[in-house]
Design a protein around this ligand. Sequence first.
Ligand code: SAH
Length: 210
Amino acid sequence: MTPEERKMSLVFALRSQGIRDQAVLKVMENVDRGIFVNGTFAERAYEDTPLPIDCGQTISQPFIVALMTEALEIGPRDKVLEIGTGSGYQAAILAGLARRVYTMDRHRSLVRSARERFDALGLTNITPHAADGSFGWPEQAPFDRIILTAAAEDPPGPLLAQLKPGGIMVLPVGQSDSMQTLIQVKKTENGLDYREIRDVRFVPLLEGMV
Ligand code: SAH
């Protein structure tokens, strides 16, 4: 397939699974997932499937990336926090929609390679940081949007506290090695509104640095 055909087939796969947001489809079309996976898996980068990355972690299926991005309802002035940088692919997608993206991972080496990719792509509105994301990033808080790409048992308290009023958080919740549910949490004047999106399977949110 030519690069053009690959892009079209990815957008087709996303649309056929129900992704409707034009801005999300556009940015998914524009960001080359091949840059975010290594050697042996690079040729499968354009399939709608999760793939292994370094440190035993996983880059999500493009459909799940699109679904989570759509559920975040990002506006162009938004400041977004991502927990779980991994390859940096999700952060690159967010950077195409938001004003600024802060992204954290507990694996220093993943943050290092993600930073190199952002630099190579000229993505200057992403700030990567190696730290345990369960505590959020108090110095940069509050955030308009927060996304977790690792599963927590419950939405972490410090992250809810760092979400602006009117803000949205999207995350997988559930026991680490069983099925999890992707949820959207909206912070309203009256408290938190929870919406279940679908069943998913993510790596667990773990404590401490690696
Ligand atoms: N969003 C990534 C995929 C993330 S995989 C991408 O687009 O490629 C989940 C990531 O969450 C892993 O890299 C893992 O190291 C990270 N993670 C797990 N627990 C964490 C924690 N407490 N703080 C920060 N990152 C964490």
